[in-house]
Design a protein around this ligand. Sequence first.
Ligand code: NAP
Length: 283
Amino acid sequence: MKNDADMKTYALIGNPVTKSSSPFIHNYVFDFLDQNKTYIAHNVAKANLANSIKGIKALGYGGINVTIPYKIDVIEYLNDLDASAKKIGAVNTIKIVDGKLIGYNTDGIGFLDMLEENEVRLRGKKVLILGAGGAARAVAITLASSQISHLSIRNRTYEKADLLIEELIQANKDVVFTNASKRQNLREFDIVVNATAAGMFPHVEEVPIDLALTNENAILCDIVYKPHLTKFLKLGIEKGHKVIYGIEMLIAQALASQEIWQDIKIDKVAIKRNLLEKIELEL
Ligand code: NAP
């Protein structure tokens, strides 16, 4: 990194983003690729969202990530959405092309990349998603077009799971979609994904589901990445489950953003392996 006037800036906008791991990941990628680019995090108040986007455009930033709570609010300031953002209805990545802002969503592809890297096959699988918020929605809509046979949503607020299920049923008739919010026998599921905020720092003692309900052969994925070893995964390991950590999705969605911004294919396996060694020290 030369850190001169030619240096291209990329950024994350959201609130709060002070503890985000995204600057570490993206700056690592720029260093790995030996590029004169940098990535910073901006805490943006809601009243400043429109002006922040204008400023980012005026200053010639290379690209932006968007996180909670602006993944939907930001859409009105964009010139276009690609298919991923249209399908999910939210944006986590903005590419700036000739002064035009194009919105993408890499959460779903990041989730799929994470499964693929862990050699999880989806054909015919029954998947349970815990949560019906923004991240659960991205994961559910993406999984709905995969080769799974059954997708269930279980959420603290039952009605929100119902709304998401209705939408999924409209999108794909080949998968069985159900609301598992009130069910107590969850042993049929092959993959259980925590897409709730339960267990996320500082609520580290929260567990999104009683693990007595799950089949020990199920793969548990937690998309919460702070802490690295959530209580959900810790209890799962103790019960004998194979587990996948949230940091893997965070890295995968970040690398997908990089490929969109830079229009390149990057060596994801090498970068991820190095990043995982480094980033765990940061947590
Ligand atoms: P969100 O839109 O606010 O949704 C939160 C979800 O969590 C809702 O379903 C909510 O249920 C549920 N929830 C919250 N607290 C709970 C608790 N104590 N017990 C049970 N359920 C609870 O948030 P989001 O954007 O979906 O993010 C969810 C999590 O995913 C966050 O921890 C975020 O950091 C993580 N995430 C990770 C990645 C990654 O790349 N690894 C990407 C995106 C998000 P109700 O509907 O009942 O309120």
